[in-house]
Every structure is written in structure tokens, then in C-alpha cells.
Design a protein around this ligand. Structure first.
Ligand code: SF4
Length: 97
């Protein structure tokens, strides 16, 4: 299969991510019950960073985040998350070739 015809998963696999250990650039604010906006991130984040815990709360592991901003927009009105760009030298490194 040529690069042009590669599946999206294969293209995403070419990206690299530098983890800033102990300093996540996105955090979910403490909550008892997640809002609908926050819950939707479990399925809308293209990198699969959000998940639902057994206690029914939403958590994030931002390793692999592509900085697309989807979660930032979705939760802009609810304020469920704290969103920042990673520090310099950390985060996603896109490979297009
Ligand atoms: S910015 Fe995009 S890739 Fe990163 S956690 Fe939010 S939705 Fe996922």
C-alpha cells in the first residue's frame, strides 16, 4: 500500500510524542458526575486520550495528544478541563512523510 493510500491509523503511527512526565498539559477538573460535554470526549478525542473510570468519572492521559483543540472547544462553555500547550520540547512531533 502506498503512503498516499495508507489508513489514518498508519499515518498517525508515524507521529512521535515526547512525554513531559508529571506535567500533563491538559487536566480534567475534579467532578462528581461528568457533564455531557465532558463525557463526549471519551469518543470524540481522535487520539483516545479520554476514558471513563469505573467510578463514572472522566480522566485523561494526554500522551499522544495531537493538540487538535477539540476538547478545548467542546468544554469551552462548561470549563471542565484545563488546557495548555505542552512546554517547549514536549508533545507531538508530526511526521508527514
Ligand atoms: S487536543 Fe485533541 S487530541 Fe489532544 S486531548 Fe484534546 S481532543 Fe484529544
Amino acid at each position: 500500500m502506498s503512503t498516499l493510500n495508507a489508513r489514518i491509523e498508519e499515518k498517525l503511527y508515524q507521529n512521535r510524542y515526547v512525554v513531559d512526565a508529571g506535567r500533563p498539559h491538559i487536566t480534567v477538573k475534579p467532578h462528581d458526575k461528568p457533564s455531557e460535554a465532558l463525557k463526549s470526549l471519551v469518543t470524540t478525542c481522535p487520539a483516545g486520550c479520554y476514558s471513563m473510570t469505573e467510578q463514572g468519572k472522566v480522566e485523561i492521559v494526554p500522551d499522544g495528544c495531537m493538540e487538535c483543540g477539540t476538547c478545548r472547544v467542546v468544554c469551552a462553555a462548561t470549563g471542565d478541563i484545563e488546557w495548555n500547550y505542552p512546554r517547549g520540547g514536549f508533545g507531538v512531533l508530526f511526521k508527514f512523510g
